[in-house]
Design a protein around this ligand. Structure first.
Ligand SMILES: Nc1ncnc2c1ncn2[C@@H]1O[C@H](COP(=O)(O)OP(=O)(O)OP(=O)(O)O)[C@@H](O)[C@H]1O
Length: 238
């Protein structure tokens, strides 16, 4: 569970998050909103790239903002970024092992944990293959493997299937859907693809230019008239 209280972020005159109060109950959660609504900024606050002006974030009761960024990773906070982070010249294995090391995984467990993560995401290429030689869908699976290796507790996913065709997006969604039950970690998915959000998230919150405008069971939220208006004018969201 993540509890956000009175969270405000300011960049000069821009306030991308304003007095946000939100409880993400655990399991599979979604966060949606128009471009510039503050979703990535929210992830940046949780992962330590941005310091908020005010507010508290409790993750499973722990005061996340009191921990420096590297301690949050060791605590079990993981994230993917809109742009791929894997290093093209390094192998699939080394790219995942690097995160295992950074997040405090024991060296003696590394081989097993890296192969387990690759198996979990269903990556069928050789672990020794350089990431630069992989196709777009496989590279996104490497990003997911990096986010789940070891012992994640909260996995933040920022448009994890961006740019992929529907079939490969479905494959990514199927992996994300398994994370809460099989890895005992909660997921928070930020995405503009409402079919992916519907498929992966039990509950969804909606940000609109710094303000939380809806939160609840995903199917109800996607039908909410305020959400439909904020997101797409008068059209249905999904
Ligand atoms: N480091 C920064 N300095 C100044 N302004 C910033 C910074 N980071 C984000 N912003 C601004 O904050 C607002 C929210 O941006 P953010 O990237 O969080 O939105 P988003 O909801 O993730 O959008 P998208 O769906 O396009 O990824 C935008 O107006 C953006 O220009």
């Amino acid at each position: 569970m993540i509890e956000i209280r009175e969270l405000t972020v300011r960049f000069g005159g821009v306030t991308p998050i304003q007095a946000m109060d939100l409880t993400l109950p655990g399991g599979a959660c979604g966060l949606i909103g128009p471009n510039g609504a503050g979703k990535t900024t929210f992830f940046n606050v949780l992962s330590g790239f941005v310091t908020p002006a005010t507010g508290r974030v409790l993750a499973f009761g722990d005061d996340l903002l009191a921990l420096p960024g590297h301690r949050r990773a060791r605590w079990g906070l993981r994230r993917t970024f809109q742009t791929e982070q894997a290093i093209e010249q390094l192998s699939v294995y080394d790219n995942v092992a690097m995160v295992h090391e950074h997040t405090g995984g024991h060296r003696r467990d590394r081989h097993r944990d890296v192969l387990t993560a690759l198996d979990f995401v269903g990556l069928s290429v050789s672990p020794t293959a350089p990431v630069g030689a992989l196709g777009a869908g496989e590279r996104r699976l490497v990003e997911l493997a990096r986010a789940v290796v070891g012992r994640p507790r909260v996995v933040l996913l920022d448009e994890p299937a961006a740019g992929l065709p529907d079939e490969e997006t479905g494959r990514i969604g199927a992996v994300i859907r398994r994370i809460p039950a099989e890895l005992d970690a909660m997921t928070v998915l930020v995405d503009h693809d409402m079919s992916l959000v519907s498929a992966c998230c039990d509950v969804t919150a909606v940000l609109d230019f710094g303000r939380l405008i809806a939160a609840g069971p995903t199917q109800e939220v996607l039908r909410d008239e305020h959400v439909v208006r904020a997101y797409l004018g008068t059209e249905e969201v999904a």
